[in-house]
Ligand binder design. Structure first.
Ligand SMILES: Cc1ncc(COP(=O)(O)O)c(C=O)c1O
Length: 372
C-alpha cells in the first residue's frame, strides 16, 4: 500500500486491548468453566424483563430500528427529568465518546483527562488528530485543579470518568462545582458516569442538575452495560444541551442502535428489582473483598464502582497468569504503570470467594518460594 494514504497520527495510536471473552478463554485454556472478573460486567446476566422484551423484538428483526430510539428516549425523559432533545442514544457509551471526538476535534486541538483513566479517551481523541494530555492523579483520584491548570486555548474537550475506571475513586460535589465555575464556557466537559448506579456516597455530584439548569457545555454519559447487564447489546446514552445533542445527532449513523438493544434497555429501566439486586450484590461484594484484602494485608482503593484495584505486591502479570490457570480472569494494571496492581470485577458471591481463595493460594506459594 502507498504509505501516504495512512494518517501518521492514526498509525501511532495504541489499539484498545479488551478483556478476552469467556468462551475464547475456555477454548484456549481447555477449561470447562472460566470466571471472568475482567471487564466490569454484571454477573447476574440481563434482567428477565429485558430478556422478555428482546425476545419479542426479535420477531420484528426484519424492520430497521427506530432511528431516534423513540420509546427508550421517552422512558429516559421520565426517568431523568430532561427533555427529548437533550438525549442521544449510542451503540454503547463508547459510541458517544466517538461522536464527541468526531464532532468536536480536529488536528491540533487538545483533549484533557486524567492519567490512569479510561483508555478509550486517548484512542478516540488521537484518531481525530487531537493532542491528548493526561494530568497526573492525586492519591489515585482525578485532580480537577490540575486539569484546570492544564487548560489552554487549544482545549476543546475534557473527559472526567466519575467514578473512574480503573481506580474506582470519585470526585465530589464541591470539587465539581468549583471546577465548573472556573472552566472556560467553550470547553465541552464530559462526565462519564458508566458506574453511577454503584455509588453510595452522599457527596457524589449531581451533574445532571448542571445540564438541567442550562449549562451548555456539560455532557453526562451513562450506559446500560454495567448495572443493567446489557454490555453485549452495546447501548448507552448522553444527556446535554439541545445544541450539543442536536449536533451529535447530525453525525451519528441513521440506525446506530439496533432494535433488540432498544427494546432490552427500555424494559430494563422498569426492572427495579433487578437493579436493586445488582446494587446490593456489588456493595456486598466490595465489603467482602475489602475484608479479604485486609486479611491478606494487601493495599486496595475503596471503590464506588463494581470493581476494585488492589496491589498484590508481586508482578501483576504473574498474578494474572496464575489466576488464569485456575480459570479466573482479572485485569493486570501493568499497562498503566501500576506494575503490581490488578483490577478485579465484583462477581457473584461464589465467584468472589473463588477469586479470593485462588489469590491467597498463589500469594502463599509465591511468598514461600521467595523466602527460600
Ligand atoms: C469509564 C467507562 N466509560 C465507558 C465505558 C463503556 O461503556 P459502553 O459499554 O457503554 O460502551 C466503560 C466500560 O468499561 C467505562 O469503564
Amino acid at each position: 500500500m502507498k504509505k501516504d494514504i495512512f494518517k501518521s497520527y492514526i498509525e501511532t495510536v495504541k489499539p484498545y486491548e479488551p478483556g478476552k471473552p469467556v468462551k475464547e478463554s475456555e477454548r484456549e485454556l481447555g477449561l470447562r468453566h472460566v470466571v471472568k472478573l475482567a471487564s466490569n460486567e454484571n454477573p447476574l446476566g440481563p434482567s428477565r424483563k429485558a430478556l422478555r422484551a428482546m425476545r419479542k423484538a426479535l420477531q420484528e428483526a426484519h424492520y430497521y430500528p427506530e432511528s431516534k430510539c423513540f420509546y427508550l428516549v421517552k422512558r429516559l425523559v421520565q426517568e431523568l427529568g430532561v427533555t427529548e432533545d437533550q438525549i442521544i442514544i449510542g451503540n454503547g457509551s463508547n459510541e458517544i465518546i466517538e461522536l464527541i471526538a468526531r464532532g468536536f476535534l480536529k488536528e491540533g486541538d487538545q483533549v484533557l483527562s486524567s492519567a490512569t483513566s479510561f483508555l478509550v479517551y486517548p484512542i478516540l481523541s488521537q484518531v481525530c488528530g487531537a493532542d491528548y494530555v493526561s494530568v497526573p492523579m492525586k492519591d489515585f483520584r482525578y485532580d480537577l485543579r490540575g486539569l484546570l491548570g492544564a487548560v489552554t486555548e487549544k482545549t476543546k474537550v475534557i473527559f472526567i470518568a466519575n467514578p473512574n475506571n480503573p481506580t474506582g475513586t470519585y470526585v465530589s460535589t464541591s470539587e465539581v462545582e468549583d471546577f465548573l465555575s472556573k472552566v472556560p464556557k467553550d470547553v465541552l466537559v464530559c462526565f462519564d458516569e458508566a458506574y453511577f448506579d454503584f455509588v453510595d456516597v452522599p457527596d457524589f455530584p449531581h451533574t445532571l442538575f448542571h445540564v438541567k439548569s442550562g449549562k451548555p457545555n456539560v455532557v453526562v454519559m451513562r450506559t446500560f452495560s454495567k448495572s443493567y447487564g446489557l454490555a453485549g447489546l452495546r447501548i448507552g446514552y448522553a444527556v446535554g444541551s439541545p445544541q450539543v445533542i442536536g449536533y451529535l445527532h447530525k453525525i451519528r449513523q441513521p440506525f446506530n442502535v439496533n432494535a433488540i438493544a432498544q427494546a432490552g434497555a427500555t424494559a430494563a429501566l422498569d426492572d427495579r428489582f433487578f437493579l436493586w439486586r445488582t446494587k446490593h450484590l456489588v456493595r456486598w461484594g466490595r465489603r467482602y473483598l475489602y475484608r479479604r484484602f485486609d486479611q491478606l494485608k494487601l493495599r486496595y482503593l475503596p471503590s464506588q464502582a463494581n470493581f476494585i484495584l488492589v496491589d498484590c505486591g508481586v508482578d501483576a502479570e504473574e498474578v494474572f497468569q496464575a489466576l488464569l490457570r485456575q480459570g479466573i480472569i482479572v485485569r493486570s494494571m501493568k499497562s498503566y504503570g501500576l506494575n503490581t496492581w490488578i483490577r478485579v470485577t465484583i462477581g457473584r458471591r461464589s465467584q468472589n470467594a473463588l477469586f479470593y481463595r485462588a489469590l491467597k493460594h498463589f500469594l502463599k506459594k509465591r511468598v514461600k518460594v521467595k523466602g527460600v
